[in-house]
Design a binder for this molecule. Structure first.
Ligand SMILES: NC(=O)c1ccc[n+]([C@@H]2O[C@H](COP(=O)([O-])OP(=O)(O)OC[C@H]3O[C@@H](n4cnc5c(N)ncnc54)[C@H](OP(=O)(O)O)[C@@H]3O)[C@@H](O)[C@H]2O)c1
Length: 345
């Protein structure tokens, strides 16, 4: 038995966590509370060996529960005594200096160049680490480059958390629609804007609905990404590359129109902020994000409030519709955990 009471025949998986916000704090909680279950069910011992936030980094044997309490009490990675904290050290320092199996990246989205996350991801791949992402920016901007780098290095790349949190949009699309020609993907990809639209349809003010999404930890660090449609565009881009095998970046999604003013269109049906990939007759896909008026019996009209949903239309599987009701960041954290475990299975 190890010092922490787990069987030493378990396969250790060493993790570096970058970003310690809403999502990673939920992951720390899961690593703390599901440890025995992960050992019993999958034979894995997931260990945190490095963490970084905006103010510093820590490396060593990090107890996830202890770090969570430290962070919730206002501490940072850099002043975490339980793990060799270094104020001012960066995630890049950590990735370059600490040996680990998987980088788990959940720092904020930067849509101008994907940095600094893109640099962390490429550095980790260059050092032979697999990468699990919740941050969409590196893939929305540079999917093919990141994918190719991972292939060349022979490491895993998993990103199910980047598209609709816990909903396995990417997994179903990549794994289960085998040999199908996908004609159309339609999705309510963003729960913050869906919640705001639903509340506005009930007469609630826009600002109050947004504040509620922020308080639940679901809204993006910069909520303009949610309400202006860019979060949906990022997710659509990742689905296009990973599932449709259509090489593109978020810059190819046109138009991208957010929800401001959308309530005015709501009289005859239900307005949803839809991301759509429509197969072109000559090959490739047209990608768009915009508020769309749907008849009441449309599958995605029934995706309400905190829900997100995606409808795949293909020649072999006809219509596959999946949806999730996600009211906090736990689903996203659980998706990152799923990715780590699946990389090792
Ligand atoms: N929230 C969700 O439900 C959800 C769902 C799917 C995907 N995501 C994605 O997951 C990521 C994190 O979301 P979140 O809600 O957890 O965000 P958040 O609460 O704003 O947390 C962001 C974290 O990143 C840290 N950070 C900022 N700059 C950094 C840097 N240069 N190096 C290292 N760490 C840095 C922050 O440090 P400090 O703690 O020092 O401020 C903070 O801990 C985002 O990319 C988001 O798009 C979120």
């Amino acid at each position: 038995m190890s010092a922490l009471g787990l069987n030493s025949s378990l396969a250790p998986v060493d993790l570096i966590l970058v970003g310690l916000g809403n999502v990673q704090q939920r992951l720390l909680y899961l690593l703390d509370t599901r440890r025995a279950l992960l050992a019993e069910r999958y034979g894995l011992d997931l260990r945190v060996v490095g963490v970084a936030d905006s103010r510093g980094a820590a490396a060593g044997e990090i107890d996830p529960g202890e770090l969570l309490r430290h962070k919730q009490a206002g501490g940072g990675a850099g002043d975490f005594a339980g793990g060799g904290g270094q104020p001012g050290a960066s995630a890049l320092d950590l990735v370059r200096q600490v040996r680990a199996d998987v980088l788990v990246e959940a720092s904020p989205v930067n849509l101008s160049d994907g940095e600094p996350a893109l640099g962390f991801v490429l550095a980790a791949i260059a050092r032979g680490m697999s990468v699990v992402l919740a941050n969409k920016a590196p893939l929305a901007l540079r999917f093919q480059d990141v994918h190719d780098a991972a292939q060349r290095a022979g490491v895993g790349l998993a990103f199910s958390a980047t598209v609709c949190g816990g909903l396995p949009v990417v997994n179903v699309g990549m794994r289960d629609l085998v040999a199908a020609r996908i004609e159309r993907v339609e999705g309510v990809f963003n729960s913050t804007s869906n919640y705001i639209l639903s509340e506005m349809a009930r007469g609630a003010p826009y600002a109050a609905a947004l504040a509620e999404a922020q308080q639940r930890g679901i809204a993006e660090t910069n909520p303009r990404l949610d309400v202006e449609g860019w979060d949906s565009a990022n997710k659509l881009t990742i689905v296009a590359n990973a599932v449709l095998r259509f090489a593109c970046s978020v810059r190819d999604v046109k138009p991208v129109i957010g929800i401001e003013g959308a309530e005015r269109q709501g009289a005859e049906g239900v307005v949803r902020l839809l991301g759509i990939a429509q197969r072109r007759a000559g090959g490739g896909y047209d990608l768009s994000v915009q508020p769309t008026l749907l008849p009441h019996d449309h599958k995605l009209a029934q995706v309400n409030g905190w829900q997100m949903g995606v409808l795949y239309t293909s020649d072999l599987f006809e219509q596959v519709f999946i949806a999730i009701d996600e009211r906090g960041p736990t689903g996203t954290a659980a998706a990152m955990l799923r990715d780590v475990v699946n990389l090792r299975r």
